[in-house]
Design a binder for this molecule. Structure first.
Ligand SMILES: [Zn+2]
Ligand SMILES: [Zn+2]
Ligand SMILES: [Zn+2]
Length: 160
């Protein structure tokens, strides 16, 4: 790895001016996760915040942020996931998608025990926070590390 940084060069002044008016929510989230605020982190997190309960793939984020390179984006998503800001969803579509975590998530410990719903018509994946995953009783020698539970079907928008 060369000394690649995840800041864009040459627009720091603009960035700091913009920082003052950017959404408090994004700053708060980065502070809570004890992450330094950089422009690419801010931009990626903004997209995830705006996408709400809908999980979004890295290729969609890359497409929206045309200036970001794939390795930087990959590194940011990994950092966010390790910091308890976002969780990944494997919905069977072949793409890993990412969604904002609940408040209880912290670095190294996720509590996103909710159902993920994959819509076969519009290809969206939604965090159904109110639908909690059942606890599963395993034989004593087995330890749960994560639960992946996806239901595929037709979402409320596509029903209409
Ligand atoms: Zn989480
Ligand atoms: Zn749909
Ligand atoms: Zn989720």
């Amino acid at each position: 790895m060369t000394g690649a940084s995840d800041s864009y060069p040459s627009d720091n002044l603009y960035f700091y001016v913009e920082l003052c008016v950017m959404s408090n929510k994004i700053v708060d989230l980065l502070h809570k996760a004890e992450l330094r605020i950089t422009r690419p982190r801010r931009d990626v997190l903004k997209i995830l915040v705006e996408s709400g309960d809908q999980a979004i793939s890295s290729s969609d984020i890359e497409h929206t942020l045309s200036g970001i390179d794939r390795i930087t984006l990959y590194r940011i998503l990994k950092t966010f996931e390790e910091s308890g800001l976002i969780h990944s969803v494997a919905d069977g579509s072949g793409k890993t998608k990412y969604a904002l975590c609940s408040h209880e998530c912290t670095g190294g410990e996720h509590h996103d025990d909710h159902l993920h719903f994959y819509c076969r018509i519009c290809d969206t994946t939604t965090c159904l926070d109110k639908v909690r995953l059942p606890s599963v009783k395993l034989p004593v020698e087995y330890t749960v590390e994560e639960k992946r539970f996806v239901i595929a079907g037709i979402c409320k928008d596509c029903h209409n």
